[in-house]
Design a protein around this ligand. Structure first.
Ligand code: ADP
Length: 540
């Protein structure tokens, strides 16, 4: 027998309808690329998104299922695109501005974007490839200065596009299962692949991630989104914030630690989201400039492992709680968050920090499992290491235009390519990416475990560990280390001694390379593929 409740669709326009109706005066603050500050409200966002949606439909003839690309920083116009494109029944395809031009070309052609909305400061990245993008009918320029010029043909200024449009047209009716947005994986381990979200998956992700046990977002918060809107939709937080009535601060290209700290102080930001390298930079800057307190209460970190030492430093020096989350483009992205439970109150500070440094507990309607090398599903015992597989209401079921069934188990779970363990309390710990694990003399060594421990050394700023070929052991770990200060001297022997308390002898790298910086991917993660290549070419 079927239930007798309404079949009310979960759609992105409904998120904005709710946000603007219940929190009309809530503010959205944008620091634009020209360093000016812009402020408006949820109601303004609503009205301008409606105007833009009208322009898309009636000026451009955008139809249901069309792809519309964005190539932009974090700011209010990008937010309007997040709502107006799905509101027109089309797909908001956020393009990563930091990919190589050949990857950008591939992505736009693969998506078949009809229009691309691009920040004036970023047009130079599209100009060289524009002739290779046959599906793009026009470029819409955001934040153009008076003297702006470009070689892109068919350009329209954003404000000119929407200025004469009404702000009360109806949203296009969609099913909650229709496509709403698309992100490509950043290609850390291969060619970028499209992940096509539905309206329903975005809504459910926004609700669940905002729950108190997870990111805990409410109308009491003011959130700074450092994580780019062009990377996994700023982890879905623009939608979650509008749904829950949290004020937003959007930094566009002002991503230097000094600028971000000033925003946190001036705007009284109490929650912020970014990758570990951002938090590492902000911490170093806070210490250098002698700051003693910040309005920030919680920082959300994910995308790569946040070392326990950095979590501890933020807590100890500034009383800021780091919330560690795990996920992927393929999981929308938030799949687990490491928040402590009341029973952890009795733990020592050291134990609490170490637990918070885990990747955390699965969200409701997401399931994690560990599958061992022999295909057996492991118990949650904190010991059995294997591949992490995931399924859930906002987890990928298939890649866009790519028949990639090897990424899925026979019973339909998504194979993440991450390796880890889950303990009795359900806390996930990522030990590595399968492709980055080091197999030495038949034993596995976790590159991540070595990195986070080396980074706990007071003189170390960053450390990345890769496998290098070895005639006797097949592979051995090699550590690439960046010191805090150039004048800091640290010998390989000192690092080995530092590691000896936590690692077996065979796990400790024999070789260390000291560099000024570690190669990073487009989204700020250690680029181990590139590091292995540089090593092979003798250039590391
Ligand atoms: P890419 O695959 O291009 O790096 P994603 O942004 O989708 O793009 O990255 C997902 C991957 O990032 C995960 O599979 C995992 O390896 C890593 N990751 C995400 N969050 C964490 C975390 N908290 N700790 C360790 N690794 C993480």
């Amino acid at each position: 027998m079927l239930g007798l409740m309404m079949d009310y669709p979960l759609t992105i326009p409904s998120i904005l309808e709710h946000g603007a109706r219940i929190f009309p005066g809530k503010e959205i603050i944008s620091y634009l690329p020209d360093k000016t500050r812009h402020q408006y409200t949820f109601l303004d966002l609503y009205k301008r998104s409606k105007k833009l949606m009208h322009a898309l439909r009636y000026k451009f003839g955008v139809k249901k299922g069309d792809m519309v690309g964005t190539f932009a920083w974090n700011h209010y116009q990008h937010l309007e695109l997040y709502f107006a494109i799905p509101g027109a029944g089309a797909v908001c395809h956020t393009i990563n501005i930091r990919l190589s031009s050949s990857q950008t070309e591939f992505i736009i052609n693969n998506a078949e974007d009809r229009y691309v909305f691009v920040d004036a400061t970023l047009v130079s990245l599209l100009e060289p490839i524009a002739s290779l993008l046959p599906t793009v009918e026009a470029y819409i320029i955001l934040n153009a200065a008076k003297d702006f010029s470009t070689s892109l043909s068919n350009c329209i200024h954003y404000e000119d596009l929407i200025s004469d449009c009404p702000d009360d047209s109806a949203w296009v009716e969609v099913s909650e299962h229709d496509a709403s947005a698309m992100c490509f994986t950043s290609g850390t381990t291969g060619l970028p692949k499209g992940v096509l979200y539905s309206h329903r998956s975005v809504c459910l992700h926004s609700i669940m991630a905002s729950l108190p046990n997870y990111v805990c977002i409410s109308s009491s918060n003011k959130m700074l989104l450092i994580v780019p809107q062009f990377h996994v939709m700023a982890w879905g937080f623009p939608f979650a914030a509008v749904l829950c009535g949290a004020a937003l601060v959007l930094p566009s290209s002002l991503l230097q630690p000094e600028a971000l700290i000033k925003m946190i102080i001036d705007e009284k930001v109490d929650k912020a989201a970014g990758v570990p390298t951002i938090w590492q930079g902000i911490y170093a800057c806070l210490k250098k400039n002698g700051h003693s307190s910040l309005p920030l209460k919680e920082l959300l970190v994910g995308g790569a492992s946040m070392p326990a030492s950095l979590i501890e430093n933020y807590q100890k020096d500034f009383g800021i709680k780091a919330l560690h989350a795990w996920g992927m483009t393929e999981t929308s992205p938030v799949a687990s968050v490491s928040r402590l439970q009341p029973e952890h109150d009795a733990l020592s500070e050291y134990e609490k920090i170490n637990r918070r440094a885990l990747q955390g507990q699965q969200l409701p309607f997401v399931e994690l499992r560990i599958v061992m090398e022999d295909g057996v599903v492991a118990a949650w015992d904190g010991k059995s290491v294997g591949e992490i597989q995931v399924r859930g209401a906002w987890v990928i079921g298939d890649y866009f235009k790519t028949n990639n069934r090897e990424s899925f188990s026979e019973d339909g779970w998504f194979k993440t390519g991450d390796v880890g363990v889950i303990d009795k309390e359900g806390y996930l710990q990522i030990t590595d990416r399968a492709k980055d694990l080091i197999k030495s003399g038949g034993e596995w060594i976790s590159s991540v475990a070595l990195e986070v421990t080396i980074m706990a050394h007071a003189k170390v700023k960053e450390a990345a560990v890769i496998a290098i070929p070895d005639e006797i052991w097949t592979e051995r770990p090699l550590a690439v280390v960046v010191l805090n200060e150039e004048k800091d001297l640290l010998s390989p022997e000192e690092i080995k001694n530092f590691l000896a308390t936590s690692f077996a002898k065979y796990q400790i790298p024999d070789k260390f390379i000291f560099r000024q910086e570690i190669p990073k991917t487009s989204v700020g993660k250690f680029d181990k593929k590139r590091m292995r290549q540089l090593y092979t070419e003798g250039k590391l």
